[in-house]
Write a protein that binds this ligand. Structure first.
Ligand code: HEC
Ligand code: HEC
Ligand code: HEC
Length: 377
Protein backbone atom coordinates (compact mmCIF):
# COMPACT_ATOMS: atom_id res chain seq x y z
CA UNK A 1 0.00 0.00 0.00
CA UNK A 2 3.02 2.29 -0.41
CA UNK A 3 1.26 4.28 -3.09
CA UNK A 4 -1.80 5.14 -1.02
CA UNK A 5 0.24 5.81 2.07
CA UNK A 6 2.38 8.27 0.15
CA UNK A 7 -0.69 10.12 -1.09
CA UNK A 8 -2.25 10.15 2.38
CA UNK A 9 0.91 11.54 3.85
CA UNK A 10 1.23 14.29 1.25
CA UNK A 11 -2.37 15.37 1.75
CA UNK A 12 -1.94 15.49 5.52
CA UNK A 13 1.19 17.55 5.15
CA UNK A 14 -0.47 19.89 2.70
CA UNK A 15 -3.49 20.46 4.94
CA UNK A 16 -1.11 21.13 7.77
CA UNK A 17 0.78 23.74 5.80
CA UNK A 18 -2.44 25.32 4.60
CA UNK A 19 -3.38 26.02 8.20
CA UNK A 20 -5.50 23.03 9.10
CA UNK A 21 -2.89 21.81 11.53
CA UNK A 22 -5.42 21.71 14.34
CA UNK A 23 -7.40 18.89 12.74
CA UNK A 24 -4.24 16.86 12.31
CA UNK A 25 -2.78 16.74 15.81
CA UNK A 26 -0.44 13.88 14.89
CA UNK A 27 1.62 16.14 12.61
CA UNK A 28 1.77 19.07 15.03
CA UNK A 29 5.40 20.20 15.27
CA UNK A 30 7.38 19.18 18.31
CA UNK A 31 7.00 22.00 20.84
CA UNK A 32 10.49 21.39 22.11
CA UNK A 33 12.00 22.10 18.66
CA UNK A 34 14.42 25.04 18.76
CA UNK A 35 12.92 28.38 17.77
CA UNK A 36 16.23 30.27 17.74
CA UNK A 37 18.33 30.25 14.60
CA UNK A 38 21.72 29.05 15.61
CA UNK A 39 24.20 31.06 13.60
CA UNK A 40 27.15 28.76 14.29
CA UNK A 41 28.84 27.81 11.06
CA UNK A 42 27.04 30.42 8.97
CA UNK A 43 29.23 31.64 6.09
CA UNK A 44 29.08 35.01 4.31
CA UNK A 45 26.24 34.07 1.96
CA UNK A 46 24.30 32.94 5.01
CA UNK A 47 25.07 36.18 6.83
CA UNK A 48 23.83 38.21 3.85
CA UNK A 49 20.61 36.21 3.67
CA UNK A 50 20.10 36.54 7.44
CA UNK A 51 20.79 40.29 7.28
CA UNK A 52 18.25 40.67 4.51
CA UNK A 53 15.66 38.95 6.67
CA UNK A 54 16.52 41.03 9.75
CA UNK A 55 16.37 44.30 7.83
CA UNK A 56 12.65 43.92 7.15
CA UNK A 57 11.92 41.55 10.05
CA UNK A 58 13.21 41.79 13.61
CA UNK A 59 15.31 44.90 12.84
CA UNK A 60 12.18 46.78 11.70
CA UNK A 61 14.55 48.93 9.58
CA UNK A 62 12.07 49.14 6.68
CA UNK A 63 9.56 50.87 9.00
CA UNK A 64 11.59 54.02 8.42
CA UNK A 65 14.05 53.17 5.65
CA UNK A 66 11.58 53.14 2.78
CA UNK A 67 10.36 55.55 0.11
CA UNK A 68 8.19 57.63 2.47
CA UNK A 69 10.94 60.13 3.28
CA UNK A 70 11.24 59.46 7.04
CA UNK A 71 14.79 58.22 6.61
CA UNK A 72 17.25 57.68 3.75
CA UNK A 73 15.87 55.02 1.38
CA UNK A 74 18.79 52.72 2.12
CA UNK A 75 17.72 49.81 -0.11
CA UNK A 76 17.38 52.05 -3.15
CA UNK A 77 20.08 54.70 -2.77
CA UNK A 78 23.63 54.36 -4.10
CA UNK A 79 25.37 53.48 -0.83
CA UNK A 80 28.73 52.85 -2.51
CA UNK A 81 28.83 56.47 -3.69
CA UNK A 82 27.09 58.14 -0.73
CA UNK A 83 28.73 56.56 2.32
CA UNK A 84 32.30 57.63 1.39
CA UNK A 85 30.95 61.19 1.12
CA UNK A 86 29.52 60.94 4.65
CA UNK A 87 32.94 59.91 5.98
CA UNK A 88 34.51 63.01 4.41
CA UNK A 89 31.73 65.31 5.70
CA UNK A 90 33.12 68.01 8.00
CA UNK A 91 30.27 67.30 10.46
CA UNK A 92 31.20 63.61 10.75
CA UNK A 93 33.40 62.91 13.79
CA UNK A 94 32.71 59.19 14.15
CA UNK A 95 34.97 56.10 14.08
CA UNK A 96 35.54 56.17 10.32
CA UNK A 97 36.20 59.89 10.10
CA UNK A 98 38.55 60.59 7.15
CA UNK A 99 38.94 56.84 6.36
CA UNK A 100 38.25 54.98 3.10
CA UNK A 101 37.47 51.47 1.93
CA UNK A 102 35.05 48.67 2.75
CA UNK A 103 36.21 48.33 6.38
CA UNK A 104 35.49 52.02 7.01
CA UNK A 105 32.03 51.60 5.51
CA UNK A 106 31.42 48.52 7.66
CA UNK A 107 32.25 50.60 10.74
CA UNK A 108 30.02 53.46 9.53
CA UNK A 109 27.02 51.15 9.10
CA UNK A 110 27.56 49.48 12.49
CA UNK A 111 27.96 52.85 14.15
CA UNK A 112 24.73 54.06 12.50
CA UNK A 113 23.00 51.19 14.26
CA UNK A 114 24.57 51.41 17.72
CA UNK A 115 25.04 55.17 17.93
CA UNK A 116 22.71 56.85 15.40
CA UNK A 117 23.48 60.32 16.71
CA UNK A 118 27.23 59.96 15.92
CA UNK A 119 26.26 61.42 12.56
CA UNK A 120 22.88 62.70 11.48
CA UNK A 121 22.21 62.80 7.75
CA UNK A 122 21.27 66.35 6.81
CA UNK A 123 17.55 67.05 6.98
CA UNK A 124 16.71 63.90 8.97
CA UNK A 125 17.50 65.07 12.54
CA UNK A 126 14.93 65.34 15.33
CA UNK A 127 12.76 68.45 15.00
CA UNK A 128 14.49 71.49 16.48
CA UNK A 129 17.82 69.67 16.98
CA UNK A 130 19.38 71.21 13.89
CA UNK A 131 20.46 67.73 12.77
CA UNK A 132 22.39 66.99 15.94
CA UNK A 133 20.07 64.29 17.31
CA UNK A 134 18.96 61.27 15.28
CA UNK A 135 15.37 60.01 15.56
CA UNK A 136 16.63 56.49 14.89
CA UNK A 137 16.52 54.13 17.89
CA UNK A 138 19.80 52.31 18.60
CA UNK A 139 19.43 48.84 17.06
CA UNK A 140 21.21 47.07 19.93
CA UNK A 141 18.84 48.45 22.60
CA UNK A 142 15.16 47.77 23.31
CA UNK A 143 12.84 47.58 21.49
CA UNK A 144 14.94 46.34 18.52
CA UNK A 145 17.69 44.54 20.44
CA UNK A 146 19.74 43.04 17.63
CA UNK A 147 22.67 40.92 18.80
CA UNK A 148 26.20 41.66 17.58
CA UNK A 149 26.00 38.78 15.11
CA UNK A 150 22.67 40.09 13.84
CA UNK A 151 24.07 43.60 13.36
CA UNK A 152 27.02 42.09 11.51
CA UNK A 153 24.56 40.20 9.32
CA UNK A 154 22.64 43.41 8.51
CA UNK A 155 25.95 45.12 7.74
CA UNK A 156 27.01 42.27 5.44
CA UNK A 157 23.65 42.53 3.68
CA UNK A 158 24.01 46.30 3.15
CA UNK A 159 27.64 45.98 2.02
CA UNK A 160 26.65 43.28 -0.46
CA UNK A 161 23.73 45.39 -1.70
CA UNK A 162 26.14 48.29 -2.20
CA UNK A 163 28.26 46.05 -4.42
CA UNK A 164 31.06 45.77 -1.84
CA UNK A 165 32.57 42.53 -0.61
CA UNK A 166 31.30 42.17 2.99
CA UNK A 167 34.07 42.56 5.57
CA UNK A 168 32.23 41.58 8.77
CA UNK A 169 33.55 38.76 10.96
CA UNK A 170 31.73 35.43 10.68
CA UNK A 171 29.96 34.16 13.80
CA UNK A 172 31.88 31.75 15.98
CA UNK A 173 30.43 28.91 18.03
CA UNK A 174 30.52 31.16 21.12
CA UNK A 175 28.24 33.72 19.48
CA UNK A 176 25.49 31.30 18.65
CA UNK A 177 22.35 31.00 20.75
CA UNK A 178 22.69 27.30 21.49
CA UNK A 179 19.18 25.95 21.16
CA UNK A 180 20.05 22.66 22.89
CA UNK A 181 20.94 24.46 26.11
CA UNK A 182 17.83 26.63 26.06
CA UNK A 183 15.53 23.66 25.77
CA UNK A 184 17.29 21.44 28.27
CA UNK A 185 18.56 18.87 25.78
CA UNK A 186 15.11 18.23 24.32
CA UNK A 187 15.86 19.98 21.04
CA UNK A 188 15.50 18.13 17.78
CA UNK A 189 18.72 16.32 16.89
CA UNK A 190 21.13 18.24 14.67
CA UNK A 191 20.70 17.12 11.06
CA UNK A 192 23.93 16.44 9.23
CA UNK A 193 22.99 16.18 5.54
CA UNK A 194 21.06 18.47 3.22
CA UNK A 195 18.83 15.62 2.20
CA UNK A 196 17.91 14.94 5.83
CA UNK A 197 17.02 18.61 6.32
CA UNK A 198 14.83 18.53 3.21
CA UNK A 199 13.16 15.34 4.45
CA UNK A 200 12.57 16.77 7.92
CA UNK A 201 10.85 19.86 6.53
CA UNK A 202 8.86 18.17 3.78
CA UNK A 203 10.28 20.19 0.87
CA UNK A 204 9.53 17.34 -1.53
CA UNK A 205 5.81 17.42 -0.77
CA UNK A 206 5.54 20.70 -2.71
CA UNK A 207 8.65 20.67 -4.88
CA UNK A 208 9.73 18.07 -7.41
CA UNK A 209 12.62 16.72 -5.38
CA UNK A 210 13.80 13.27 -4.60
CA UNK A 211 11.59 11.98 -7.41
CA UNK A 212 8.41 13.20 -5.71
CA UNK A 213 7.11 14.88 -8.87
CA UNK A 214 5.21 17.38 -6.67
CA UNK A 215 4.31 20.59 -8.48
CA UNK A 216 2.81 22.94 -5.87
CA UNK A 217 6.07 24.90 -6.01
CA UNK A 218 8.63 25.24 -8.79
CA UNK A 219 10.92 22.29 -9.46
CA UNK A 220 14.19 22.67 -7.60
CA UNK A 221 16.21 20.71 -10.13
CA UNK A 222 18.79 22.91 -11.84
CA UNK A 223 18.20 25.70 -9.33
CA UNK A 224 21.95 26.16 -8.95
CA UNK A 225 22.03 27.31 -12.57
CA UNK A 226 19.14 29.72 -12.17
CA UNK A 227 19.88 31.30 -8.80
CA UNK A 228 22.82 32.37 -6.67
CA UNK A 229 23.47 30.55 -3.42
CA UNK A 230 22.45 33.62 -1.42
CA UNK A 231 19.15 33.92 -3.32
CA UNK A 232 18.32 30.27 -2.68
CA UNK A 233 18.95 30.77 1.03
CA UNK A 234 16.78 33.83 1.01
CA UNK A 235 14.02 31.94 -0.81
CA UNK A 236 14.08 29.35 1.98
CA UNK A 237 14.08 31.64 5.01
CA UNK A 238 12.07 34.50 3.53
CA UNK A 239 9.99 32.95 0.74
CA UNK A 240 7.76 35.96 0.28
CA UNK A 241 10.63 38.34 -0.47
CA UNK A 242 10.61 37.22 -4.09
CA UNK A 243 7.78 35.18 -5.54
CA UNK A 244 8.63 32.70 -8.28
CA UNK A 245 6.78 33.54 -11.48
CA UNK A 246 3.52 31.67 -11.88
CA UNK A 247 3.18 30.82 -8.18
CA UNK A 248 1.24 32.44 -5.36
CA UNK A 249 2.75 34.31 -2.43
CA UNK A 250 2.09 33.12 1.08
CA UNK A 251 2.00 29.47 0.13
CA UNK A 252 5.46 28.33 1.03
CA UNK A 253 5.81 28.26 4.84
CA UNK A 254 7.80 31.27 6.04
CA UNK A 255 9.06 29.87 9.33
CA UNK A 256 11.87 27.61 8.08
CA UNK A 257 14.32 30.31 9.19
CA UNK A 258 13.23 29.77 12.78
CA UNK A 259 12.89 26.02 12.60
CA UNK A 260 16.34 25.42 11.12
CA UNK A 261 19.80 25.90 12.49
CA UNK A 262 22.31 27.91 10.51
CA UNK A 263 24.38 24.85 9.71
CA UNK A 264 21.27 23.00 8.53
CA UNK A 265 20.34 25.87 6.22
CA UNK A 266 23.83 25.70 4.71
CA UNK A 267 23.66 21.94 4.16
CA UNK A 268 20.20 22.23 2.63
CA UNK A 269 21.32 25.03 0.31
CA UNK A 270 24.42 23.16 -0.82
CA UNK A 271 22.30 20.08 -1.49
CA UNK A 272 19.88 22.13 -3.63
CA UNK A 273 22.69 23.97 -5.46
CA UNK A 274 24.23 20.61 -6.43
CA UNK A 275 21.01 19.08 -7.79
CA UNK A 276 21.15 17.95 -11.43
CA UNK A 277 19.27 19.96 -14.07
CA UNK A 278 16.40 17.51 -14.32
CA UNK A 279 14.89 14.87 -12.08
CA UNK A 280 16.80 11.63 -12.45
CA UNK A 281 14.74 8.92 -14.16
CA UNK A 282 12.87 7.51 -11.21
CA UNK A 283 13.61 4.01 -10.23
CA UNK A 284 12.45 4.43 -6.66
CA UNK A 285 12.53 0.84 -5.64
CA UNK A 286 15.99 -0.13 -6.83
CA UNK A 287 17.28 -0.24 -3.29
CA UNK A 288 14.37 -2.42 -2.15
CA UNK A 289 14.76 -6.08 -3.01
CA UNK A 290 12.16 -7.21 -5.58
CA UNK A 291 8.97 -8.69 -4.15
CA UNK A 292 8.84 -12.49 -4.13
CA UNK A 293 5.12 -13.20 -4.49
CA UNK A 294 2.26 -11.73 -6.49
CA UNK A 295 0.55 -10.58 -3.31
CA UNK A 296 3.70 -8.78 -2.24
CA UNK A 297 3.90 -7.05 -5.63
CA UNK A 298 0.28 -5.91 -5.31
CA UNK A 299 1.05 -4.62 -1.83
CA UNK A 300 4.23 -2.85 -2.84
CA UNK A 301 2.58 -1.02 -5.73
CA UNK A 302 -0.74 -0.30 -4.02
CA UNK A 303 -3.00 -2.10 -6.52
CA UNK A 304 -5.61 -2.77 -3.80
CA UNK A 305 -5.95 0.99 -3.20
CA UNK A 306 -7.92 1.19 -6.45
CA UNK A 307 -8.94 -2.38 -7.23
CA UNK A 308 -11.08 -4.71 -5.16
CA UNK A 309 -8.28 -7.10 -4.36
CA UNK A 310 -7.59 -9.15 -1.28
CA UNK A 311 -10.88 -7.87 0.19
CA UNK A 312 -9.96 -4.18 -0.07
CA UNK A 313 -13.33 -3.29 -1.62
CA UNK A 314 -11.78 -0.38 -3.54
CA UNK A 315 -13.68 0.54 -6.70
CA UNK A 316 -11.67 3.25 -8.46
CA UNK A 317 -10.66 0.58 -10.98
CA UNK A 318 -12.52 -2.56 -12.08
CA UNK A 319 -12.53 -5.58 -9.76
CA UNK A 320 -9.75 -7.94 -10.77
CA UNK A 321 -11.44 -11.10 -9.47
CA UNK A 322 -11.80 -13.68 -12.22
CA UNK A 323 -9.84 -11.58 -14.67
CA UNK A 324 -8.17 -14.78 -15.90
CA UNK A 325 -11.51 -15.87 -17.34
CA UNK A 326 -11.89 -12.60 -19.25
CA UNK A 327 -8.33 -12.00 -20.49
CA UNK A 328 -5.17 -13.75 -21.53
CA UNK A 329 -2.01 -13.32 -19.43
CA UNK A 330 -0.58 -11.24 -22.27
CA UNK A 331 -3.58 -8.86 -22.12
CA UNK A 332 -3.34 -8.53 -18.33
CA UNK A 333 0.35 -7.70 -18.66
CA UNK A 334 -0.42 -5.16 -21.37
CA UNK A 335 -3.03 -3.51 -19.07
CA UNK A 336 -0.44 -3.13 -16.32
CA UNK A 337 2.39 -1.85 -18.49
CA UNK A 338 0.32 0.44 -20.70
CA UNK A 339 -2.93 1.14 -18.90
CA UNK A 340 -3.93 3.85 -21.33
CA UNK A 341 -3.52 1.76 -24.47
CA UNK A 342 -7.04 0.46 -23.99
CA UNK A 343 -9.45 1.84 -21.42
CA UNK A 344 -11.81 -0.52 -19.66
CA UNK A 345 -15.40 0.40 -20.42
CA UNK A 346 -17.02 2.54 -17.70
CA UNK A 347 -13.65 3.87 -16.44
CA UNK A 348 -11.59 6.87 -17.31
CA UNK A 349 -8.17 7.15 -18.88
CA UNK A 350 -5.14 8.39 -16.90
CA UNK A 351 -6.51 7.05 -13.63
CA UNK A 352 -4.31 4.01 -13.40
CA UNK A 353 -0.64 4.95 -12.93
CA UNK A 354 1.42 4.37 -16.06
CA UNK A 355 4.79 3.94 -14.39
CA UNK A 356 4.56 0.33 -13.26
CA UNK A 357 6.45 -0.75 -16.39
CA UNK A 358 9.39 1.42 -15.29
CA UNK A 359 9.23 0.68 -11.60
CA UNK A 360 8.62 -3.06 -11.53
CA UNK A 361 11.37 -5.62 -11.87
CA UNK A 362 10.83 -8.12 -14.72
CA UNK A 363 10.27 -10.84 -12.10
CA UNK A 364 7.65 -8.71 -10.34
CA UNK A 365 5.67 -8.30 -13.57
CA UNK A 366 5.64 -12.09 -14.06
CA UNK A 367 4.54 -12.65 -10.44
CA UNK A 368 1.69 -10.13 -10.48
CA UNK A 369 0.34 -11.41 -13.81
CA UNK A 370 0.42 -15.03 -12.59
CA UNK A 371 -1.27 -13.98 -9.35
CA UNK A 372 -4.06 -12.05 -11.11
CA UNK A 373 -4.66 -14.89 -13.60
CA UNK A 374 -5.32 -17.27 -10.70
CA UNK A 375 -7.75 -15.04 -8.79
CA UNK A 376 -11.13 -16.75 -8.40
CA UNK A 377 -14.28 -15.00 -9.60
C1 HEC B 1 12.28 54.88 13.70
C2 HEC B 1 12.88 55.03 12.39
C3 HEC B 1 14.15 54.23 12.09
C4 HEC B 1 14.38 52.89 12.28
C5 HEC B 1 13.44 51.84 12.88
C6 HEC B 1 15.71 52.63 11.77
N1 HEC B 1 16.27 53.77 11.29
FE1 HEC B 1 18.13 53.98 10.48
N2 HEC B 1 17.87 55.95 10.32
C7 HEC B 1 16.68 56.62 10.59
C8 HEC B 1 16.85 58.04 10.27
C9 HEC B 1 15.79 59.11 10.42
C10 HEC B 1 18.17 58.17 9.78
C11 HEC B 1 18.82 59.46 9.29
C12 HEC B 1 19.34 60.20 10.48
C13 HEC B 1 20.66 59.64 10.92
O1 HEC B 1 21.62 59.71 10.12
O2 HEC B 1 20.75 59.16 12.06
C14 HEC B 1 18.77 56.84 9.83
C15 HEC B 1 20.08 56.55 9.43
C16 HEC B 1 20.58 55.29 9.24
C17 HEC B 1 21.83 54.98 8.58
C18 HEC B 1 22.78 55.97 7.95
C19 HEC B 1 22.17 56.23 6.59
C20 HEC B 1 22.95 57.11 5.66
O3 HEC B 1 22.40 57.35 4.57
O4 HEC B 1 24.06 57.53 5.97
C21 HEC B 1 21.94 53.62 8.56
C22 HEC B 1 23.05 52.79 7.93
C23 HEC B 1 20.77 53.10 9.21
N3 HEC B 1 19.97 54.13 9.61
C24 HEC B 1 20.52 51.75 9.38
C25 HEC B 1 19.40 51.26 10.03
C26 HEC B 1 19.20 49.87 10.26
C27 HEC B 1 20.13 48.76 9.81
C28 HEC B 1 18.02 49.76 10.94
C29 HEC B 1 17.38 48.50 11.46
C30 HEC B 1 18.19 47.70 12.36
C31 HEC B 1 17.49 51.09 11.11
N4 HEC B 1 18.36 51.97 10.55
C32 HEC B 1 16.30 51.37 11.77
C33 HEC B 1 15.53 56.10 11.10
C34 HEC B 1 15.35 54.77 11.47
C1 HEC C 1 3.46 23.98 1.18
C2 HEC C 1 4.28 23.93 0.00
C3 HEC C 1 5.78 24.23 0.10
C4 HEC C 1 6.72 23.67 0.95
C5 HEC C 1 6.47 22.66 2.08
C6 HEC C 1 8.00 24.20 0.56
N1 HEC C 1 7.85 25.07 -0.49
FE1 HEC C 1 9.35 26.09 -1.46
N2 HEC C 1 7.95 27.04 -2.62
C7 HEC C 1 6.60 26.79 -2.61
C8 HEC C 1 5.94 27.68 -3.56
C9 HEC C 1 4.45 27.74 -3.86
C10 HEC C 1 6.96 28.46 -4.15
C11 HEC C 1 6.79 29.53 -5.23
C12 HEC C 1 6.30 30.83 -4.60
C13 HEC C 1 7.41 31.54 -3.90
O1 HEC C 1 8.41 31.87 -4.57
O2 HEC C 1 7.29 31.78 -2.68
C14 HEC C 1 8.22 28.04 -3.52
C15 HEC C 1 9.48 28.56 -3.83
C16 HEC C 1 10.70 28.02 -3.40
C17 HEC C 1 12.00 28.43 -3.88
C18 HEC C 1 12.27 29.45 -4.97
C19 HEC C 1 12.23 28.69 -6.29
C20 HEC C 1 12.24 29.52 -7.52
O3 HEC C 1 12.41 28.93 -8.62
O4 HEC C 1 12.04 30.75 -7.45
C21 HEC C 1 12.93 27.67 -3.22
C22 HEC C 1 14.45 27.71 -3.38
C23 HEC C 1 12.21 26.80 -2.31
N3 HEC C 1 10.85 27.05 -2.45
C24 HEC C 1 12.80 25.88 -1.46
C25 HEC C 1 12.10 25.13 -0.52
C26 HEC C 1 12.73 24.29 0.47
C27 HEC C 1 14.22 24.05 0.60
C28 HEC C 1 11.73 23.73 1.23
C29 HEC C 1 11.86 22.83 2.44
C30 HEC C 1 12.64 23.37 3.54
C31 HEC C 1 10.47 24.21 0.69
N4 HEC C 1 10.73 25.06 -0.36
C32 HEC C 1 9.21 23.85 1.18
C33 HEC C 1 5.93 25.87 -1.83
C34 HEC C 1 6.51 25.11 -0.81
C1 HEC D 1 -4.88 4.93 -8.79
C2 HEC D 1 -5.72 3.81 -9.07
C3 HEC D 1 -5.14 2.52 -9.63
C4 HEC D 1 -4.04 1.80 -9.17
C5 HEC D 1 -3.12 2.16 -8.01
C6 HEC D 1 -3.96 0.62 -10.00
N1 HEC D 1 -4.96 0.63 -10.95
FE1 HEC D 1 -5.31 -0.81 -12.32
N2 HEC D 1 -6.81 0.29 -13.11
C7 HEC D 1 -7.28 1.49 -12.59
C8 HEC D 1 -8.37 1.98 -13.43
C9 HEC D 1 -9.16 3.28 -13.22
C10 HEC D 1 -8.53 1.03 -14.46
C11 HEC D 1 -9.55 1.10 -15.61
C12 HEC D 1 -9.11 2.11 -16.65
C13 HEC D 1 -7.99 1.58 -17.54
O1 HEC D 1 -8.17 0.58 -18.21
O2 HEC D 1 -6.92 2.23 -17.52
C14 HEC D 1 -7.54 0.00 -14.24
C15 HEC D 1 -7.39 -1.16 -15.02
C16 HEC D 1 -6.60 -2.23 -14.71
C17 HEC D 1 -6.59 -3.50 -15.40
C18 HEC D 1 -7.51 -3.88 -16.56
C19 HEC D 1 -8.75 -4.41 -15.87
C20 HEC D 1 -9.93 -4.71 -16.79
O3 HEC D 1 -10.87 -5.34 -16.29
O4 HEC D 1 -9.93 -4.27 -17.94
C21 HEC D 1 -5.66 -4.31 -14.79
C22 HEC D 1 -5.29 -5.74 -15.17
C23 HEC D 1 -5.10 -3.53 -13.71
N3 HEC D 1 -5.69 -2.28 -13.67
C24 HEC D 1 -4.14 -4.01 -12.85
C25 HEC D 1 -3.54 -3.24 -11.86
C26 HEC D 1 -2.43 -3.70 -11.07
C27 HEC D 1 -1.79 -5.07 -11.13
C28 HEC D 1 -2.12 -2.68 -10.21
C29 HEC D 1 -0.97 -2.64 -9.20
C30 HEC D 1 0.32 -2.94 -9.74
C31 HEC D 1 -3.03 -1.58 -10.50
N4 HEC D 1 -3.86 -1.96 -11.50
C32 HEC D 1 -2.99 -0.37 -9.83
C33 HEC D 1 -6.81 2.13 -11.47
C34 HEC D 1 -5.69 1.77 -10.74
Amino acid sequence: MTFIRVIGFSVALLLFYMGFGHILPQVEPDKSAPVEVSTAGLDMDGMIALGDKLFSGKGTCTLCHNDMGRAPDTLVMDMAATYPERLMDARYKGVSSGKEGAKAIEAYILESMTDPTAFVVEGYGQKGSNDTISPMPAADKAPIELTVVEMNAVTAFLQDLAGLTPTVPLPSADDAPVAEELTGGEAAPLLTSGEAVSDEHGCASCHDLDGSGADLGPSLYGIGKRMSRATVMEAIIDPNAVIAQGYDAGFMPDDFGEAMRGSELLLLTDYLMALPDTAPVTDDDTDEPPATSGLEVADKFGCAGCHDLDGSGADIGPALNGIGTRMTAEQVKQNILEPNAEITEGYEADMMPDYFGDDMAESEIELIVDYLMMLPE
